[in-house]
Design a protein around this ligand. Sequence first.
Ligand code: NAP
Length: 270
Amino acid sequence: MENNNYGAETSRQKQIAVITGASSGLGREYVKYLVSRFVLDEFWLIARRKERLEELAASIPVPSRLFSLDLSEDESIRVLQSALEEEKPAVRFLINAAGFGKMGNYKDIPLEELDRMVLVNCKAMMDVTQVCIPYTQKGSRILEISSVASFQPLPGFNVYAASKAFVTSYSRALHWELFLKGIRVTGVCPYWIKDTEFIATTKTDTAHPNAIRHFILPTTARRVVFHSMWQNKIGLGIATPGIVSSLYRLGAKFVPHEIAIAAWEGLRRL
Ligand SMILES: NC(=O)c1ccc[n+]([C@@H]2O[C@H](COP(=O)([O-])OP(=O)(O)OC[C@H]3O[C@@H](n4cnc5c(N)ncnc54)[C@H](OP(=O)(O)O)[C@@H]3O)[C@@H](O)[C@H]2O)c1
């Protein structure tokens, strides 16, 4: 167990972890990791599927507060904000893992779905962070789950990649805004992860035949959580949790976007 390292002023406050997207995949894996390493009073678990949250809460030895919320709705943010105002906890960890992508060209994905992608991946991520920040303190840790898709434009995954560019840029700047307060903010940029529901969710019935079909060299949620947690701990603003995502980031820095897009187009046709 790692030392909580909190001052006396916070000793009367409940120390909590707020995790969005806790009903599956990375969010769920972060909960398990935190349970095994830190002493916290309560987990605040957020996602739409209540039964999944209940299942997770029953499987961990720490009390949980469940928020069955659709984060694309403004009301959901108000619910979380009111709960924070009422409880006034110390938010020791905030992990924004809720998010999804839909694959297809501009004409394949209905407008409402494109809107929802931006609302959940960008607006909700930012809103949840903004309402939690007043309850963070020196030593608090914030992980915003972005993607390597944020490093370059991706035709056929256009809005998803653009939404993650927002997450990466927001996290990188927030990292510096909160740095001197001793709050560690990291934008986490994983490559494909094979054991979450994300890849299945990306597929649309109407998607272009050239939507990507081969998800080569995928990693696992467990590895992403492990690597992102130590990279956040040592104070990195952007985490690339694994060799493939690190090489991807390096490549995106030096290879012009047009060449990278051509490579992506080739991959889509495999
Ligand atoms: N898997 C990959 O290959 C990969 C790669 C790079 C980045 N990422 C990013 O990693 C993050 C986690 O994804 P994952 O791989 O763990 O996929 P996942 O298993 O599909 O998990 C996504 C989570 O987001 C929640 N969510 C989706 N829409 C929501 C909404 N409207 N309101 C509230 N919660 C919502 C889902 O819960 P409910 O359905 O219960 O609401 C679920 O818990 C995402 O931001 C994704 O973009 C994934």
